[in-house]
Write a protein that binds this ligand. Structure first.
Ligand code: PLP
Length: 450
């Protein structure tokens, strides 16, 4: 939203600073195309295409029948917090008290609530870019200063401890990490995390917090195991470990996430923020989440899902790399591919088209956005563009995020259409002259195009 002159302002300044999560923004475009009778291949979804485990579903139903539908502990029911503490021991070797655990309605709320808890306006937040869009957007919303830590394709979408070190200042309050990563699927090696931990211990005051978003912790490929930065000596006391059940148990509508805080004092602050925003999290969902953690069949259900994701990854990465103009790294986790489409943008004319725009228009879009919208409107494949994952300092970066949370046949159809789009220069010309004007930026592009 662009900020009007102060006398015409409806909202508080911070609302004009806020971005969004484009995964939700693209929905109306898909609906529009489908209402016109097109079959859209959806490679935009950050949601496992599996059923939630039946035993979790049964528990939720049972809880509803028991009448467990009222307010409960704003910190989270103690049995779930205990189950989370046990999981911290099993997965990360950490001793955690249930009093350090706070449950939220999803994995997302603790991102913004931690910014509220730890940052004053003017403080700095370091976050990965490309990274989950809420990191950058909420930093701006909270009045803190966003400091993107750019992940490079050459480094398999990780970064080096030296790169992080250069960004740390006296104003740094939060360092956001996310492995396995959305959108790149990058997984940090143990050596990287060890060196990052050393830099943080040397350069940051003990009050600086690492926010380690580990929501894809179980979706790691090639027999590897998730490693948390909190498991390195001296890091548990500096790290907020955040995770949730949306991805692991294919239950995005259950709205259960949680954070493990370094101290009970911090957990109490987060609990009080919960009181202000949500009162509490649905108790029947919390009981379902507890069963998800404790049920003997859970591990097998997760392993099945992960092996299907891995098979899809292997097939689709290979097919994408056969498209002239696109190259794609093999992700180590999560369920996303993040192909470089610079060659495709060049081939269809998205780079030229973008460069011909006046400055004003260029600031509001990017070649990968043009290609993304062309792919959607002309070839009916929904994806997300580079700028959906942080916008600051991304000039010259041309990527798409493809989700592999769909049946293999659907994914293969998506790749066929993607190849068709890369070869469709005349279609792109047409797109630039017609549809582009009303599907991106809500600007009248026609004025610039004619
Ligand atoms: N963190 C990351 C890195 C994510 O990718 C997501 C969802 O896509 C979330 C947090 C939010 O998860 P939830 O849907 O549980 O709020």
């Amino acid at each position: 939203m662009s900020k009007p002159e102060s006398h015409q302002r409806l909202f508080a300044n911070r609302i004009y600073e806020m971005g969004t999560e484009n995964a939700f923004k693209i929905g109306p475009h898909i609906t529009r195309l489908e209402s016109e009778g097109h079959k859209v291949v959806r490679l935009n979804l950050g949601e496992p295409d599996f059923e939630m485990p039946f035993f979790v579903k049964e528990e939720v139903k049972r809880q509803l029948d028991l009448g467990n539908t009222r307010y409960c502990d704003p910190k989270g029911i103690v049995s779930l917090r205990q189950a989370i503490a046990n999981q911290m021991k099993e997965m990360r070797g950490l001793s955690v008290s249930p009093e350090q655990v706070v449950v939220f309605p999803g994995g997302k709320p603790s991102i913004g609530l931690c910014m509220h808890a730890y940052c004053n306006p003017g403080d700095e937040v370091i976050y990965p870019s490309p990274g989950f869009p809420i990191y950058e957007s909420f930093t701006l919303y909270s009045g803190a200063i966003p400091v993107p830590l750019h992940l490079s394709e050459e480094n398999n979408f990780a970064f080096t401890a030296e790169e992080l070190e250069q960004l740390i200042t006296d104003k740094t309050r939060l360092i956001m990490l996310n492995f396995p990563s959305n959108p790149t699927g990058g997984v940090a090696t143990e050596e990287l995390l060890r060196s990052v931990a050393e830099v943080i211990k040397q350069k940051c005051s003990p009050h600086v917090r690492v926010y380690s978003d580990e929501i894809y912790e179980y979706i790691v490929f090639d027999g590897k195991k998730h490693v948390s930065i909190a498991s390195f000596p001296g890091m548990q006391e500096r790290t907020v470990i955040a995770s949730g059940i949306s991805k692991t148990f294919a239950w995005t509508g259950g709205r259960i996430g949680y954070a493990v805080l370094p101290t009970e004092e911090e957990a109490e602050v987060l609990k009080n923020l919960n009181v202000h925003y949500f009162s509490c999290v649905a108790p029947f969902s919390q009981e379902g989440a507890r069963v998800a953690f404790e049920h003997p069949e859970s591990k097998a259900a997760i392993a099945r899902m992960v092996s299907i994701f891995q098979h899809r990854r292997d097939v689709i990465v290979k097919q994408i790399n056969e498209i002239d103009g696109i190259r794609c790294k093999t992700p180590g986790g999560a369920f996303y591919l993040f192909p470089n489409i610079a060659g495709a943008c060049e081939k269809v004319g998205a780079l030229d088209g973008y460069n011909r725009f006046p400055d004003e228009l260029r600031k509001q879009t990017s070649p990968s956005t043009l290609f993304q919208m062309f792919l959607l409107y002309h070839h009916h494949v929904a994806t997300l563009d580079r700028n959906a994952f942080g916008c600051i300092g991304t000039e010259g970066q041309h990527y798409l995020r493809l989700s592999i949370a769909s049946e293999l046949s659907e994914l293969e159809e998506g790749v066929r259409r993607l190849k068709g789009a890369v070869e469709d220069r005349s279609g792109f010309d047409k797109f630039m002259k017609t549809i582009a004007r009303d599907v991106t930026c809500n600007l009248n592009w026609q004025a610039f195009l004619s």
